[in-house]
Ligand binder design. Sequence first.
Ligand SMILES: NC(=O)c1ccc[n+]([C@@H]2O[C@H](COP(=O)([O-])OP(=O)(O)OC[C@H]3O[C@@H](n4cnc5c(N)ncnc54)[C@H](OP(=O)(O)O)[C@@H]3O)[C@@H](O)[C@H]2O)c1
Length: 254
Amino acid sequence: MSEYRFFRVLLAANFLLAAIVFLVLMQVSAPYGRHARRGWGPLLPDWLGWLLMEAVSPVVMIVLFAIGDTPKTAAPIVFLTMWEAHYLYRAFVYPHLRRSKHHKMPLTIPLLAAIFNLDNTYINGRYLFHFAGGRYTNSWLSDPRFLLGTAIFVAGYAINHWADGVLRNLRAGGETGYKIPYGGLYRYISSPNYFGEIVEWLGWAIATWSLAGLSFAAWTIANLAPRARSHQKWYHEHFDSYPPERKALIPWIW
Ligand SMILES: NC(=O)c1ccc[n+]([C@@H]2O[C@H](COP(=O)([O-])OP(=O)(O)OC[C@H]3O[C@@H](n4cnc5c(N)ncnc54)[C@H](OP(=O)(O)O)[C@@H]3O)[C@@H](O)[C@H]2O)c1
C-alpha cells in the first residue's frame, strides 16, 4: 500500500472512530480528574501522565515539518507555530501548573491519548507539510478562510487559557477540593476550557481548510462534549447551589 493510500484510509478511520468514541464517552466518562476510579491500570502522577501523552504532538510535528516535501514558505511555518504554541504549553508548562499535579492518573489514559496524538499529528502534519504539495503558498495568508480560521483559533486559545486559569485559582496551595467557578463564560457554561479548546480546533480546520484539520475538530468534540456533560452532571450532584441556568458546553443551548 502506498503511503498516500494509508493516509487516506487512516483519515477516513479517524472520522468513524470519532463517532464511536463520542458514543462510548457518552456512556463511560474517562477515568481521570473528578471522574477517576480504580480498575484502569497502574497509577502514575497526573503531571507525568500529561507530559507523556501531550509531548508526542509537538515533537512529531517538528519532525514531519523537517522531512516534508512542501516548500517551507510562510503559511506552513504559521501552521507549525500555531500547533507548537498549543502543544509546547500543554505538554511542558500546563502539567506543572495544575493544582492536581500530584494526584494519580491510570496509565490507560496517557497510553490511549498518546496513540491518538501520534495518529492525529501524523494526519495533520503529513497533510500540511507533504501531501498538500504547493497548496499553501504565500497568497494563502490573505485568503479569507485562513484569516477567519486563525482569528477563531486565537480566540479559542485565549478562552481555553483563561478558563483553565480560573479553575487553577479556585484552589490555594495544597487544597484538593472542588468549588463553583464564577465569572465570564462560567456564567453561561460549566466547561469554558473545553469550549475554548473546541473553538480553537474548529479555527484550525477552517484556517487549513482540510479534512485533516476537520478530523481533529471532530475528535475534540467527540472527546470533550461528553466530558462537559459528565462535569455538568457531577456539579449538580455535588452542589445544591449550582446555578440552574448554566449549560454544559454551549451557552444557552446545551
Ligand atoms: N483536545 C482534547 O481532546 C483534550 C482532551 C482533554 C483535555 N484537554 C484540555 O486539557 C485541559 C485540562 O483538561 P481536564 O479534562 O483536566 O479539565 P478539567 O476537568 O476542567 O480540570 C482542569 C484542572 O482544574 C481542576 N478543576 C476543575 N474543576 C475544578 C473546580 N470546580 N474546583 C477546583 N478545581 C477544579 C482539575 O482538578 P482535578 O484534576 O482534581 O479534577 C484540574 O487540575 C483543558 O484545557 C482541556 O481543554 C483537551
